[in-house]
Ligand binder design. Structure first.
Ligand code: SUG
Length: 448
């Protein structure tokens, strides 16, 4: 049976703004308070989805969330009508209003961890929504994420959904941003690679000194258990704490994998040799031949990687077996990174081509091409069971771009977030979106 990797990209929501909310994420901190352009952000994301679809890849779309999250503000004690809740928060606690307005759900690599059916005990595709509990503005995403994923992958014969892990730091879970799957073919059993930043219960593991390690070993282990993964099909590795302290807040900022290939920075992991050997042995047991492409620090520093987002790229398999790397424009702007990429594609190795995309609006908050997509490996039958409303087609692309043109503002600052009219605009837009994507009622304003 045929199988595919389907990339579901997060559609940027109408409140996209630079709130400076993510300590440890260099771009988010350095662009804090700048004015953003939600319309441009959404169109940049849609252009990437369309380009990948046009290249022959399977592409889907994941809906944004209701923002401002008035219910979240009510839970923090703001009361009155919806407009009053927003006005009170703006006056008394602007950072909380900004957090409740974040369009951060666009980075759907953090929406969930997904295990394909070939890896799981019950032969279904498993999803665990990420609790994202390292940052308040992200911790409020998972209830709606679960509803949206449930509406996209509704068929219980093929899809199993797990609620987010307990919302405490010990089970900090950031979803697929710290998870990679290696396999010979998408429909065959593979090896799932979980990368954690620290252990919550075992003091033998080191931890970063400056910035938080968002993913714990215990969270990764819980996800592997929930999904029914075999021990032989799982490898755990620790992120090098010193790169977290240099701004690598997710592993997908320093490594990316696909098929049998891991593309990573020399400083990405601890105990790299042991980890590579384990990946190689376990992949061999399911018929695969593991290959790694290490980028040496002498060619690209960790700082270059963080600024250019070289590794926050999409590594995609072409029908001829070669791979294509989708990188952000910022890679072309960094001389060392660009030179490295030129050499890489000329070397005759597995990565044969690089394509550049302008995702500046998202990049300025620390979200590159890889952050914007959730990968779901599906066989033909499973793909046919996905809600067809969320699979990208030329007509869907046209409707979504027109929808963005109609509803989105082209400038957003803190003052705009305090405008109660924004809530009404967003709800009207999202109500229409659920019809375009055939999601049914998924937003709090639709179900309460
Ligand atoms: O969680 N930025 C996101 C970026 C997530 C990137 N995802 C992956 N690497 N997979 C984060 O730090 C910034 C929001 C703000 O500051 O307005 C933010 O949430």
């Amino acid at each position: 049976m045929k199988s595919y990797e389907v990339n579901f990209d997060g559609l940027v929501g109408p409140t996209h703004n630079y709130g400076g909310l993510s300590y440890g994420n260099v771009a988010s901190q350095s662009n804090s308070q700048q004015s953003s352009n939600p319309k441009e952000a959404a169109l940049q994301g849609l252009a990437k989805m369309k380009a990948l679809m046009d290249m022959g890849f399977q592409q889907g779309v994941l809906a944004p969330q209701e923002r401002p999250d008035v219910a979240a503000l009510r839970r923090l004690g703001f009361a009155g009508s919806d407009a009053q809740v927003i006005q009170h928060a703006a006056k008394e606690a602007m950072p909380l209003l900004v957090a409740s307005c974040s369009a951060s759900s666009m980075w759907v690599a953090n929406a969930a961890t997904v295990s394909p059916s070939a890896d799981t005990a019950d032969g279904r595709v498993h999803f665990t929504a990420a609790n994202l509990n390292c940052k308040y503005h992200r911790s409020i995403e998972h209830p709606t994420t679960s509803r949206v994923l449930g509406a996209m992958f509704a068929d219980q014969q093929h899809f199993a959904h797990h609620a987010a892990l307990p919302a405490v730091a010990q089970f900090g879970d950031e979803g697929a941003a710290n998870h990679t799957r290696f396999c010979r073919a998408y429909g065959e059993a593979g090896v799932e690679f979980f990368v954690f930043g620290r252990s919550a219960f075992d003091t033998r593991f080191p931890a970063p000194q400056k910035y938080p390690a968002r993913q714990t070993l215990e969270a990764s282990q819980a996800v592997a258990r929930l999904h029914g993964l075999r021990e032989e099909g799982v490898v755990y590795a620790q992120q090098n704490p010193s790169v977290i302290d240099q701004g690598v807040f997710h592993n997908d900022v320093i490594a990316v994998g696909n098929g049998e290939v891991l593309f990573y920075h020399e400083d990405a992991f601890l105990e790299t040799d042991r980890m590579l050997a384990e990946l190689s042995t376990k992949l061999a047991k399911v018929g695969g031949k593991f290959q790694s492409v290490c980028v040496p620090r002498s060619a690209v520093t960790v700082d270059d990687a963080v600024r250019s987002y070289l590794f926050n790229s999409q590594l995609l398999s072409r029908p001829d077996g070669s791979m294509l790397l989708i990188v952000p424009e910022e890679c072309r702007g960094n001389e060392r990174v660009w030179q490295y990429l030129q050499g890489l594609t000329r070397s005759g190795g597995v990565i044969g081509e690089v394509k550049v995309f302008d995702l500046k609006q998202s990049m300025q908050n620390g979200g590159g091409p890889a952050c914007l997509r959730l990968r779901v490996a599906l066989n033909e039958t499973e793909l046919a069971a996905v809600n067809p409303g969320v699979i990208m087609t030329a007509p869907l692309y046209d409707s979504l771009t027109q929808w963005v043109e109609r509803h989105y503002r082209d400038r957003m600052t803190e003052n705009d977030l305090a405008d109660p009219q924004l809530l009404l605009e967003c709800r009207a837009a999202l109500d229409e979106l659920t019809q375009i994507l055939k999601l049914g009622a998924v937003y709090p304003f639709q179900i309460n």
